[in-house]
Design a protein around this ligand. Structure first.
Ligand SMILES: [Zn+2]
Length: 93
């Protein structure tokens, strides 16, 4: 079985989870996480690959090495933007 995967999407979502786990003051609801991901993914290059089962991890790891600094910086900026202006009422955070 083969499928199309945007490797960058997985990396950005992973990075958001990593940062949220250390930043308890940032809202980590699904709406905020997806807003953060959308902002970051619009700034980062897409990286589509065709993957077979078992192949994903290798490709993700090599891409992560190259882009880790860029991804972390872009995700951090996106998280700051969203947490300043969440798309939901602040009472819900
Ligand atoms: Zn939220």
């Amino acid at each position: 079985m083969f499928r199309l995967t945007n490797v960058m999407e997985n990396l950005v979502l992973d990075t958001i989870e990593e940062i949220l786990s250390t930043q308890k003051n940032i809202c980590g609801c699904q709406r905020c996480k997806l807003d953060m991901a959308a902002i970051a993914l619009n700034k980062l290059p897409t990286s589509y690959v065709v993957t077979a089962e078992g192949e994903v991890l290798l490709r993700v790891n090599s891409l992560k090495q190259q882009l880790k600094v860029d991804i972390i910086r872009t995700v951090t900026e996106a998280m700051a933007l969203v947490s300043k202006n969440p798309h939901h009422a602040r009472e819900n955070t």
